[in-house]
Write a protein that binds this ligand. Structure first.
Ligand code: GAR
Length: 202
């Protein structure tokens, strides 16, 4: 049986699209994207999913208390029997309820080498700080922002001529690559968790 992935997004959806491409190309084998959920109406990521014939659901989050909202999302994910939840530019903190319901089954991609530069505009934070290497992180999600055990990271050099836009573009390319790799590792169960360390097994 194919493993079922649920994607949560809020915007552009390029990481979703990279995952969908990897599934289609067999780089994430024995898997399918069962549902894409957005908290924002008009998120381009939803249009991208529809164009691929993938099921979508928009659940507006405005004005709803965090757990009340998350229960609605969980109901949709359960309805679609998802095995793994991938946050792909999902700009919301998850409630303790949601995190506890799916232990080690929620992944996130973040455009920095965590624990540096969590939160918003991480690429700008990295440039302004003056780091020589930036990058991205795929990690399991806990109830804290951009935290949780790290599965994979990739680095990119920060060059003198880099701008926020050029750095973001370089990082995004790596995001697309390592998110699929991490999803494959997790779906195939080729890891174990020791404290905060995710140890890859063969
Ligand atoms: C990506 O750069 C992702 O790493 C970031 O939002 C962007 C979404 O782009 N996520 C976070 O900052 C999470 N804290 P996308 O919609 O094209 O995938």
């Amino acid at each position: 049986m194919k493993k079922r992935i649920g994607v949560l997004l809020s915007g552009r959806g390029s990481n979703f699209e990279a995952l969908a491409n990897s599934v289609a190309a067999g780089r994430i084998p024995h898997a399918e994207i069962a549902i894409v959920v957005s908290n924002r109406e008009g998120a381009p990521g939803i249009q991208r999913a529809e164009a691929r014939g993938i099921k979508t659901r928009v659940i507006p989050s405005k004005g709803l208390e965090r757990e009340v909202y998350d229960r609605q999302v969980a109901a949709v994910l359960d309805e679609h029997k998802v095995d793994l939840i991938c946050l792909a530019g999902y700009m919301r903190l998850l409630s303790p309820f949601f995190v506890a319901k799916y232990p080690n089954r929620i992944l996130n991609i973040h455009p920095s080498l965590l624990p540096s530069f969590p939160g918003l505009e991480s690429q700008r934070q990295a440039l302004e700080y003056g780091v020589k290497f930036a990058g991205c992180t795929v990690h399991f999600v806990d109830e804290n922002l951009d935290a949780g055990p790290i599965i994979l990271q990739a680095t990119v050099p920060v060059l003198a001529q880099d701008t926020e836009a050029s750095l973001s573009e370089k990082i995004l390319k790596e995001e697309h690559r390592i998110y699929s790799e991490a999803v494959k590792i997790v779906l195939e169960g080729k890891y174990k968790i020791a404290g905060r360390r995710v140890l890859l097994t063969s």
